[in-house]
Design a binder for this molecule. Structure first.
Ligand SMILES: [Zn+2]
Ligand SMILES: [Zn+2]
Length: 368
């Protein structure tokens, strides 16, 4: 086995990622070395690359990855659910690390509220041990604090990674709002991985009708395949009032509206599309792109309930894997992976994701 791993490194915002070789540390007690099968290119990666997220450069991007276990350190014999694991097993590892000693972690017992949260792929510099701390790399080195789950045998690796961190994000968001009931109308703004995951969850909850507003066409087609009853293509609708009018005309107001766009300005449109006493769940605007005005009077006069939800806990990823084991025969999420890139082409992948060219793009460091 090699003692070095090739990585695509973010050294400077807006510059092409650089291919470098980093040392693979000794796999000590409790640690796991994972050979990367596929690492999702998340919208957040684009924001990181564009300098919109503060990072301890140099950083290896990639916070949603699946791989095979290359080497297990002594004492690491089970995944985070107690399933036995062995070298060669496929796993989905959890990028986030809570501090376990803040108000969120200890008192709220909700690690998504951790005030010192760190994550592979964003908040660790690869200049420090254990170096291989992001998914745009041939290998990832997990220390004892990392959670990981075995991917169920019947689930293709690309189905597991298809919506990346978006799927557990959506599962946690639905948990925050207590789910959606049968026959409730849902409007989802955004047809990226978070929005598409919400389609799956809304459908499983019996919601109807489910409407997705977004672009481009292939993403909306995927939304339909996953159970959306109606899609609204916003390409060419450049003015917010035009988008709101089209959504109202075609879908009416929704019992539940979900923001899954990443664009602050979508929120002003979203509040206009919720039925009185309805709910609005905001999950997409993770990166801080600044404020955007909304009309608070609409929120008051319609008794709206606004919810925010960020991150997810290991159990939400476990729920995703369990759900895929049950339903992926039908969902075939692997079809959402529409573009695969070598490490050398990681910069192109970021460009393509920024331009919404893919349903889902992944970096596959070992594919040729
Ligand atoms: Zn992500
Ligand atoms: Zn904490």
């Amino acid at each position: 086995m090699t003692d070095k791993a090739r990585v695509a490194l973010l050294e400077q915002a807006n510059e092409p990622l650089r291919i470098r070789e980093l040392p693979i540390p000794e796999v000590k007690e409790g640690c796991v070395l994972v050979k990367t099968l596929a690492s999702g290119v998340c919208g957040t990666d684009v924001h990181c690359w564009r300098g919109q997220v503060k990072l301890p450069l140099p950083v290896i991007l990639g916070h949603e990855s699946v791989g095979t276990i290359e080497k297990l350190g002594a004492g690491r014999t089970q995944d985070s659910m107690g399933e036995p694991i062995a070298e060669g097993d496929r796993v989905f590892w959890v990028a986030g690390h809570p501090c376990n000693k803040c108000y969120g972690c200890v008192i709220l017992k909700d690690t998504t509220a951790c005030s010192n949260r760190k994550s592979y792929g964003t908040s660790y510099s690869c200049a420090d041990y254990p170096y291989l701390v992001g998914g745009y790399s041939e290998y990832v080195f997990l220390t004892g604090r990392s959670f990981l789950f075995k991917i169920p045998e019947q689930v293709p690796a690309e189905a597991a990674i298809a919506f990346g961190c978006g799927f557990p994000t959506a599962v946690k968001g639905f948990e925050v709002i207590g789910g959606v009931g049968p026959g409730k109308s849902v409007l989802i703004q955004g047809a990226g991985p978070v929005g598409l995951s919400c389609v799956v969850l809304a459908k499983l909850g019996g919601a109807h009708p489910i409407t997705v507003m977004g672009a481009p066409h292939p993403r909306l087609e995927m939304a339909r395949r996953l159970g959306a009853d109606r899609t609204i293509d916003i390409a060419g609708l450049d003015r917010p009032e035009d988008r709101v009018k089209k959504a109202r005309d075609e879908a009416g107001e929704a019992d539940l509206c979900i923001e899954a766009t990443g664009y602050p300005t979508a929120v002003a449109e979203g509040v206009e599309l919720v039925r009185p006493n309805g709910r609005y769940l905001l999950m997409g605007v993770f990166s801080d792109l600044g404020p955007a005005p909304i009309n608070p009077s609409v929120v008051v006069r319609r008794n709206l309930k606004l919810y925010g939800s960020v991150f997810w806990e290991p159990r939400h990823l476990h729920e995703v894997l369990r759900l895929l084991a049950l339903c992926n025969d039908r969902l075939k999420l692997e079809d959402a992976v529409s573009a695969r890139y070598a490490l050398e082409d990681a910069t192109q992948a970021l460009h393509d994701v920024e331009a919404l060219k893919c349903v889902k793009a992944v970096i596959a460091p070992h594919a040729h």
